[in-house]
Design a protein around this ligand. Structure first.
Ligand SMILES: Cc1cc2nc3c(=O)[nH]c(=O)nc-3n(C[C@H](O)[C@H](O)[C@H](O)COP(=O)(O)OP(=O)(O)OC[C@H]3O[C@@H](n4cnc5c(N)ncnc54)[C@H](O)[C@@H]3O)c2cc1C
Length: 466
């Protein structure tokens, strides 16, 4: 269908300010935060901004009937090209549908529409002493719909897990326009083991199975206290060994972050006043809970760290905690500045490996950086083996672009070889689908069969996931 007719048809469903097709308007939708969309622009034909289930249903029915690709989109903060239309068609921007429908304090849950921003939801829940624990670095931008579709998490996943652990039920508009409710039509229960778990199927499905239009989330009581331990290690292997000792002592911190030497140097170069000690690794442990347990856990972790670390500090004072954490909070920005003409590449940025293989992984990535002559800064959530790598190149230099593609490919293969995954948080999207068979083997056939059953015409977010 040509662009003009498609726009005309969408205007039969939505007001004109919620149908975009001008070049300038659709250009905004041609990228997300991925390296892929930095080097390649992929434009939709039309962008629509629905704000009700009925509107989404009408759009999907029309698209299904005419075989038009539909790409759901939240805030477009994804790192994988997931919310970008690879083959034109309709982009369904859900970011303006940002209603908090109900906070059910008695049952510790909240019902939202997909466009609610993560940080806004937690600000709202704070008045009820509740919170939704997954904590992506993009909290102030990303939508709950995008988080559910990507099964997002963050540095506190080590204790609180990923989004999937909090999704109690969903309303989903399927590719043919049918609407289903998962997790029980009327259920407000927290435990529910009846039927096949379609909620889990939809969480992390990256928009290839349907459009998530309503989300029922479990909330947790907000912890009353917090503390930070910072420890500096002369040898890289000391870091995972110390993390293991902390677990063995019966402590589950709410965050365990690592900066390796490349990240320490990047931070010091970016902001010399932070003055991190030059070392092979720095660990940051965050503990939260009630004040007495936080004090015990923090002092015990500090004691464990002293077995190997050259410098250890434990703090509960908010100002001191902020300054201990400052190095970690500027790492992503600092990484991009390690060379003056450089730009950070968001690709191969998110592998996850077993804790026992983190040091080996970091050493191997350092070696790959040397092999390709590309600076790579490493940091991440060591508590659950999620390593963030930041290669830095001049994106205008085609030879460097080609080299970094090879480097990223090697990082993905390394993750699979070391019994890990090509992605611990950010998902597959358009950029990691080539590894599906290598990572999941025959199970990919079953994934495809599910996709074909729900979306026989292949209109939902084509070219993503597998
Ligand atoms: C600075 C920065 C830091 C980040 N830190 C983290 C982090 O710590 N942890 C983490 O997990 N991720 C992180 N991310 C990646 C990203 O923010 C998350 O994956 C986030 O959940 C994406 O939300 P979004 O609203 O931007 O979704 P989008 O990028 O718009 O979409 C992501 C995917 O979800 C699909 N989708 C979106 N909405 C719907 C819907 N309603 N129904 C069906 N499918 C839908 C899209 O089709 C796409 O496949 C970070 C990104 C940035 C830029």
């Amino acid at each position: 269908m040509d662009k003009r007719t498609l726009r005309h048809e969408m205007l039969r469903i939505l007001d004109k300010d919620r149908v975009l097709s001008d070049d300038l308007d659709v250009m905004y939708y041609s990228y997300d935060s991925s390296f892929l969309t930095k080097i390649e622009k992929l434009y939709p034909d039309v962008v629509v901004l629905p704000r009700s289930t009925e509107e989404v249903q009408k759009i999907m029915r029309f698209a299904y009937e005419h075989g038009i690709p539909v790409t759901p989109r939240g805030a477009g903060t994804g790192e994988t090209g997931g919310s970008v239309a690879l083959t034109g068609g309709i982009v369904l921007d859900l970011s303006t549908w940002d209603e908090i429908v109900e906070v059910d304090v008695a049952n510790m849950q909240v019902i939202v529409r997909p466009g609610v921003i993560h940080a806004d939801l937690n600000d709202y829940l704070a008045r009820y002493n509740l919170f939704f624990p997954p904590d992506p670095g993009s909290s102030k931008m990303c939508t709950i719909g995008g988080m559910v579709a990507n099964n997002a998490s963050g540095l506190r996943a080590v204790k609180y897990g990923c989004t999937e652990q909090y999704v109690l039920g969903l309303e989903v508009v399927l590719p043919d326009g049918e609407v289903i409710t998962t997790g029980g039509m009327k259920s407000k229960a927290i435990k529910n083991v009846s039927g096949l778990n379609l909620t889990k199927l939809m969480v992390g499905s990256e928009g290839v199975l349907g459009v998530i239009t309503k989300i029922r989330l479990r909330c947790w009581p907000k912890p009353k206290a917090r503390g930070i331990v910072m420890a500096v290690f002369p040898a890289l292997d000391d870091a995972p060994a110390t993390v293991l000792d902390v677990y063995q002592a019966g402590i589950l911190p709410s965050g365990i972050e690592i900066l390796d030497q490349s990240a320490i140097r990047a931070v010091n170069q970016f902001k010399p006043e932070i003055a991190l000690p030059d070392a092979e690794a720095i660990l940051l442990f965050e503990v939260d809970g009630n004040p007495a347990s936080v004090e015990w856990e923090g002092t015990t972790i500090a004691e464990i760290c002293r077995r190997r670390a050259t410098q250890v500090e434990w703090a509960t004072d908010p100002q001191r905690m902020a300054s201990l954490w400052e190095g970690r909070s500027v790492t992503a920005t600092a990484a991009a500045r390690v060379r003056p003409d450089g730009s950070r590449v968001f690709a191969g940025e998110d592998i996850s490996v077993p804790l026992s293989r983190v040091a080996e992984t970091l050493r191997a990535i350092r070696g790959l950086g040397q092999k390709y002559g590309i600076p790579v800064v490493n940091y991440g959530h060591i508590g659950d083996g999620n390593v963030h790598t930041a290669p830095v190149i001049d994106p205008e230099n085609q030879a460097e672009v080609e080299k970094v593609k090879q480097l990223v490919h090697d990082i993905h293969l390394l993750a699979i070889e070391l019994e890990g995954s090509t992605t611990g948080e950010h998902g597959v999207g358009a950029v990691r689908r080539g590894y599906a068979e290598l990572e999941h083997g025959q199970a990919v056939g079953i994934m495809r069969a599910i996709k074909n059953t729900l979306d026989p015409k292949g209109i939902m977010n084509p070219g993503k996931l597998f």
